[in-house]
Design a protein around this ligand. Sequence first.
Ligand code: PLP
Length: 416
Amino acid sequence: MAAFEYRDEQLFVEGLALDELARRFGTPAYVYSRAAIEAQWRAFDEGLGSISHLVCYAVKANSNLAVLNLLARLGSGFDIVSGGELERVLCAGGDPGKIVFSGVGKSEQELCRALEVGILCFNIESEAELERLNHLAGEMSCRAPVSLRVNPDVDPKTHPYIATGLKEHKFGIAMEDAVDLYRRAHDMSHITVQGIDCHIGSQLTELEPFAEATRKVLELADELLASGLELTHLNLGGGLGIRFRDENPATPAVYTGLLCELVRERPFKLLIEPGRAIVGNAGLLLSRVEYIKHSGSKHFAVVDAAMNDLMRPALYQAWHDIVPVHKCTDIDSETYNVVGPVCESGDVLGAERELRVTAGDLLAVHSAGAYGFSMSSSYNSRPRAVELMVDGNEVYVVRERERVEQLHAGEFLLPD
Ligand SMILES: *Cc1c(COP(=O)(O)O)cnc(C)c1O
């Protein structure tokens, strides 16, 4: 059974009609398929089955506790980028011993907490961070396991905002500085060198940049081994793209096949950090048309979801497929800009879409499972959407719709 498919002209998520979900829980709503999430995670895990490995789901793609918990139950590791994500993983039942911690700006507090719970590895992004971690681990009388995140200077051929693996980016340590820094790390009394880490960007639709980065990481590994340093793992990051429109990214099976081929026969455990490719196409944003509006030659479908709910179109000019929940043939087709209520002209979920819709109809915005809710805000004082998880014929509220009182919580007036 496909996670999202039409039956009798009605769009279903697994065993449930979206129409029914909208009636019960309102709109806008994020709707996820448990089966789709689990199948994608397993595809990565099984793909690396022939070598020692750990799939570390990148939490920032979708950090809902229920999503994290389902993956923890499958034995997933986690890639986190903040102390907040660390607490989410722990709260969701994730194993601290399977957490890797990425990010260029880890605070003292975040590093201490991660040392305290005993994470698998810190992905170090600078010399200053390495020194800070060594110092803190000393104060706590422990040793910190680290990888250095190297910047392989590979063009991932993706949107500039989500490319991270070029020298000009703030991420990672330049290849030519890596050997020296590894030596320093090796000599630090509260650091244990575990591996090499890299992550070159997100939504990669070609395999060659992954292969190029992996080859460069392997060259560095050889150099480090030859100089007497020991390494336990290689972490090749995340970044595998998904199909939003007509992209043709590799499947997890093909991608992991390539990694296995490149790394095979080496004595390393392989870590990867996929986010988008696990949850992206396992979720959609359900929205209702409030108004149809005609302005000059333009036609607008004004819906109740907006850029605060799904920021990707406004932020990255990202294209998401937008489809009617009920396929209707007795309305004329028209070219619409599907826009939200937020007071910004950039609040467009989809431009120039051929649709048969009328006010009151439901639309589904596809490929919204990753970087959808997790990037959402309450801009314009719009409460954040409800999140639903469908499992066969059951639906679970995995995050209730935010209430207006919650938006005011923690704010105070000045005294008279
Ligand atoms: C964002 C991120 C990922 C996940 O990227 P996807 O494109 O969602 O797979 C993995 N590793 C690091 C360090 C990241 O910042």
